[in-house]
Design a protein around this ligand. Structure first.
Ligand SMILES: NC(=O)c1ccc[n+]([C@@H]2O[C@H](COP(=O)([O-])OP(=O)(O)OC[C@H]3O[C@@H](n4cnc5c(N)ncnc54)[C@H](O)[C@@H]3O)[C@@H](O)[C@H]2O)c1
Length: 256
């Protein structure tokens, strides 16, 4: 699959990350079908896409989204409960279901059965090995990590994770897609021994050390934040960032 062949994107799971991903893909002109387990979740997802804090209305007000993009997205986004509708003629499926390994493995197997031969399966997992996820399918060369950051319409980074089996063509397609969606991709190797890829592992290590400094009574959280902002030019201190992620990510420090 080459980037110019990508026309229809499916998003499996329309929760916090999935509905933002649906919104971004549709804003940039792709036909998007999102799938979740019931109509209540889909209703909330659509409300978030249109009226949420980072939704289309806000984007329009702030000049981040044009009227054309807005109209196209609202007109074309399809949210469904059927796996068949999700997978029908999909060029890329982005999997954004809960971070439970067995669930993702089962869903990838199902996607592999239902999707056309051409379809790339991209997982938004925060840290499971893409080699393991691809290994349950008959198309490991077309399974890749596409790790977005929260909130998806705002954060500019996408980690593109290449497993031992992912083909160059697949990696290039997802890298090019990320650029078309206004993001900056970094292509990295699968992390087989440790959970997490680049940003989460680096941030997690920093955050743990900062917590030790506080626990040992050496400095307060505010002082640690001040030290890293003024001493190293961090735009936000690690504890301030945790507060932000906590609010946005509904609790976990390192959800993704
Ligand atoms: N929250 C973050 O900050 C963040 C950031 C980057 C990556 N991630 C990763 O993104 C993925 C999703 O995380 P989230 O925070 O959006 O979770 P979430 O719980 O908000 O959303 C998951 C959605 O998947 C749906 N779902 C469950 N089973 C399904 C199925 N069989 N078919 C379709 N939908 C199904 C749920 O109903 C829910 O709406 C996880 O792998 C997570 O690690 C999360």
């Amino acid at each position: 699959m080459k980037i110019d062949d990508v026309k229809k994107i499916g998003v499996l799971g329309c929760g916090l990350m999935g509905n933002g991903i649906v919104q971004v893909c549709a804003t940039f002109g792709y036909k998007v079908t999102g799938r979740d387990v019931n109509d209540d979740v889909l209703k909330k997802a659509m409300e978030n896409i249109v009226d949420g804090k980072y939704g289309l209305n806000r984007g329009l007000e702030r000049g981040k989204v044009t009227k054309e993009q807005y109209d196209f997205a609202v007109r074309t986004i399809k949210l469904v409960t059927s796996m068949e509708e999700l997978t029908e003629d999909a060029d890329v499926i982005i999997e954004a279901t809960p971070e439970i390994l067995t669930l993702k493995m089962n869903l990838l197997k199902e996607l592999d059965k239902l999707c056309p031969e051409k379809t790339i399966l991209a997982s938004n997992t925060s840290g499971f090995s893409i080699t393991v996820l691809g290994g349950v399918t008959n198309r490991p060369d077309r399974v890749v990590g596409m790790h977005w950051f929260n909130p998806a319409p705002v954060m500019r980074l996408i980690e593109v994770i290449k497993s031992e089996s992912t083909s160059e063509e697949t990696v290039n397609c997802i890298k090019d897609l990320s650029i078309k969606l206004g993001k900056t991709p970094i292509v990295v190797k699968d992390s087989v021994r440790a959970y997490g890829f680049v940003a989460n592992r680096a941030y997690g290590a920093l955050r743990r050390e900062c917590q030790s400094i506080v626990d040992e009574g050496i400095a307060t959280m505010e002082q640690v934040d001040t030290a890293l902002k003024l001493g190293y030019g961090f735009p936000l201190g690690p504890f301030e960032l945790t507060g932000l992620i906590g609010r946005l990510g509904r609790s976990k420090l390192n959800t993704g």
